[in-house]
Design a protein around this ligand. Structure first.
Ligand code: GTP
Ligand code: MG
Length: 426
């Protein structure tokens, strides 16, 4: 799908941002949210040339902000050759249409902008399909915009309900057909992945997922722990597709670590929906590493935003290690201590300098120990099926085939303990 903010033309798109300052929100919250929106717009390739806010009790139904205010901003935008106006909240299809008339240029909302960045970042087939699905679902209710243009072209009166409407219907049908096609393609990709997954014998080692707000340092942490060579960058949503690496701990324990897409406030719901498969790694994880950029002034709000998404995908409440990252940027330990008071099992690290990584590895070891019970078993040689099964679903660390009984020491996932109960000796 075509990028919404075009960077292929020589000229960088000039962007103006708009936010509502609701009476219920503090003004610094609006400012922070606008700063983040500016970062998103720049990540998408635009140049932010200004922003405007309006204090209101609630959004205006027709135009989101007051129409007088919209006219005022529109004048500024015309004087400053603005190409695109981005609103910090999701606009209804009607609001988008009305605002485009007032501004006379492209009007986007936060959702469309995030989707656009995801579209630029998607590399794998699955990632691309997931983003396109979310984009089309965002587009479908907004297709009436074309009807507006068409009816104007065809002269309105006498044409209404005629050609224009059938054009709209066929546009809708085409989009719906594409949605259906992508959905079934995604299913095929996922079936293939499920097969791959079971082939990887994933039960052997616990699966831990690195989660956190975008730009918190998740990929940098995976690299620091495993030397994975994952792209880490001062960009929002640098990572889209999950990367899994095995980490071997000094205590001879192993764990699979997965780095995945970052979360953000007001993450479009449709995007979370269509990324559920990618986020499956998080849902299946037995342990979460929640990375926080503790040097960020909004770290507490970012923690809350991440927890909201975790709840939405059904992964909240798993055993979690809070990893307070970027302590090298904090200028002292005061800030870190404040968070450690609230999360006593948290660990302060600098993924960049390596500070605190040994303590994190130690915490990781003690958190995964209960996930894999260490047991000793005795199985008669004649029961070769049970022996084969043991090797399939547990990590066998010692074996001794002497006598008519084979003896094993193994780390066993909790769900298989019952199956081997008759053979467990200690
Ligand atoms: N000073 C400092 N910078 C860090 C640290 N960890 C990560 N960074 C920087 O923070 C930026 C983001 O790091 P990433 O590892 O890409 O963050 P991420 O959480 O994977 O981000 P997304 O994939 O975009 O969601 C990069 O510029 C890193 O170099 C740290 O401990 N200290
Ligand atoms: Mg990343």
């Amino acid at each position: 799908m075509k990028a919404l903010i075009s960077t292929s033309t020589k000229k960088t798109e000039r962007v103006f941002l708009v936010a509502l300052e609701l009476k219920s929100a503090a003004s610094w919250e609006t400012r922070e949210s606008l700063d983040e929106l500016a970062q998103l717009a720049e990540t998408a390739g635009g140049a932010v040339i200004g922003d405007g806010t309006q204090k209101l009790e609630t959004p205006v139904a027709a135009t989101f902000i007051g129409s007088g205010k919209a006219e005022e901003f529109a004048l500024f935008c015309r004087d400053n050759q603005v190409d695109t106006v981005v609103f910090d909240d999701e606009l209804s299809p009607a609001q988008g249409r009305n605002l485009e008339k007032i501004f006379g240029c492209k009007v986007l909302d936060r959702t469309a902008l995030i989707l656009d960045i995801f579209a630029q970042r998607a590399r794998t087939r699955e990632g691309k399909l997931q983003v396109e699905l979310a984009q089309l679902q965002h587009l479908l209710p907004r297709l009436t915009r074309f009807w507006g243009h068409l009816s104007r072209q065809s002269g309105g009166i006498g044409m209404r309900g005629g050609e224009g409407e059938s054009q709209l219907e066929s546009d809708r049908r085409r989009v719906q057909e594409r949605i259906d096609k992508i959905t079934s393609e995604l299913e095929a990709v996922r079936r293939h992945r499920a097969t791959q997954r079971s082939g990887r014998k994933r039960n052997l080692w616990p699966l831990a997922s690195i989660v956190g707000y975008t730009n918190a340092g998740k990929s940098t942490l995976l690299n620091a722990l495993t030397g994975a060579g994952v792209l880490a960058a001062e960009k929002l949503f640098a990572t889209l597709d999950p990367t899994t690496r095995r980490l071997h701990l000094p205590t001879n324990q192993n764990v699979f670590l997965t780095d995945t897409v970052g979360f953000i406030r007001k993450l479009p719901h449709g995007l979370v929906e269509s990324f559920k498969a990618t986020l499956e790694e998080v849902v299946q994880a037995e342990l979460l590493l929640h990375v926080v950029d503790v040097s960020h002034p909004q770290a507490a709000e970012q923690i809350a935003a991440v927890n909201t998404v975790l709840e939405e995908i059904g992964a909240f409440g798993k055993p979690t290690i809070m990893v307070f990252n970027k302590i090298d940027r904090c200028g002292g330990t005061g800030l870190l201590n404040k968070y450690l008071e609230q999360f006593p099992n948290g660990v302060g690290v600098s993924a960049k300098s390596g500070d605190g990584i040994p303590a994190l590895i130690q915490e990781l070891g003690s958190q995964i120990r209960p996930l894999r019970e260490f047991v000793e078993l005795q199985i008669p040689h004649s029961d070769s099926a049970a022996i084969a099964r043991l090797h399939q679903v547990t990590q066998v660390v010692e074996r001794d085939y002497d006598g008519d009984q084979a003896r094993f020491k193994a780390r066993i996932p909790p769900q298989f303990r019952g199956e081997f109960e008759p053979y467990i000796t200690s």
